[in-house]
Ligand binder design. Structure first.
Ligand code: NAP
Length: 284
């Protein structure tokens, strides 16, 4: 890749950001399509978020992704929100056009595409989501219209209540919430087709453990959106129980493809993006 004064710059802001696989995925797409573009990770501390966003705008960056911990905080620095992003209340993609910053949420597309690619139709399955942070909000929003049953369990019950309030206001659909305890999770799993982990448990540095039995129901599908080079503890546990599993890289791939298309208006080369992820994971 040759970077010159004419190269268009994209990126991702977060803290930490060095673990992000987004540069690998996006740069592989630019290269495949012969586009004169580059995607760069920027570590941005919360205290520097406003300055960083102004800097990205003034330096002519065309679009960027937003990751933990800035997905909500960034909203106050944007000029406009797309309707889905507004409803979710969290941003993972920003497009800068005519000097205006517009916020989007492509985690919603990412989760639905990851499910569909794995043969799971949201309309025909019941879901339990663990977590009530930015990712859980996007997933719940993406599923609520079609699923016959949605439960959200979170360590901090108040946050689950906030998610429910927002979602019911936007969709009018019922959603069950509870605290994330072993007892509540066991009870919900009896009525769940697909379990989605959207907590940070399993992410490097998080010492938490999902309060779950060793033997999961065999017909349960377990989708852990947390991604790592190897399987997370939850995915390993689900495989030992004979469950079908979906890894977090599936959602990562499709949210990235949706962001690519928003920025460039060009169809994302999803197969190339997937291959780049797989070969990068194996090369480390
Ligand atoms: P977030 O807004 O910070 O939310 C974190 C969630 O995890 C909260 O619900 C929090 O519960 C819960 N949590 C954290 N530590 C816990 C523990 N020890 N025990 C129980 N619950 C715990 O983060 P986020 O943006 O939603 O992201 C969550 C995870 O998803 C991250 O690992 C992120 O990398 C991953 N992610 C993956 C994709 C993908 O494409 N694969 C996309 C987005 C996010 P409390 O409310 O009680 O604090």
């Amino acid at each position: 890749m040759l970077v010159t004064g004419k190269t268009s710059v994209y990126g991702i802001i977060g803290d930490p950001v060095e673990h992000s696989l987004s540069p690998v995925i996006q740069n592989s797409a630019f290269e495949k399509l012969g586009m004169d573009c580059v995607y760069v990770p920027f570590r941005v501390a919360t205290s520097a978020l406003g300055v960083a966003v102004r800097g990205l705008r003034s330096q002519g960056v065309i679009g960027f992704n937003v990751t933990v911990p800035h997905k909500t905080e960034i909203i106050k620095y944007l000029d406009k929100l797309d309707l889905i992003a507004k409803n979710v209340g969290a941003i993972n993609t920003v497009k800068i056009a005519q000097n205006k910053l517009v916020g989007y949420n492509t985690d919603t597309t990412g989760v639905v595409e990851a499910l569909k690619t794995n043969g799971i139709s949201p309309g025909d399955n019941t879901f339990t989501i663990l977590g009530a942070g930015g990712a859980a909000k996007a997933i719940a929003y993406a599923l609520i219209e079609s699923t016959p049953r949605l439960t959200v369990l979170n360590r901090t019950f108040e946050k689950a209540r906030g998610l429910k309030r927002n979602l019911m206001r936007r969709s009018g659909k019922e959603i069950k919430i509870d605290s994330l305890t072993k007892r509540n999770l066991e009870r919900e799993l009896l009525k769940t087709d697909v379990l989605i982990n959207a907590t940070s448990i399993g992410m490097k540095g998080n010492l938490g453990k999902i309060p779950i039995e060793d033997n999961l129901p065999q017909d349960l599908v377990v989708f852990d959106i947390v991604y790592d080079r190897c399987d997370t503890e939850l995915v390993r546990q689900a495989k030992r129980s004979g469950c079908r599993t979906i890894r977090g890289t599936e959602m990562l791939l499709y949210q990235a493809a949706a962001a690519f298309e928003l920025w460039t208006g060009v169809k994302a080369p999803v197969d190339t993006m997937r291959d780049s992820l797989v070969s990068f994971e194996f090369s480390r």
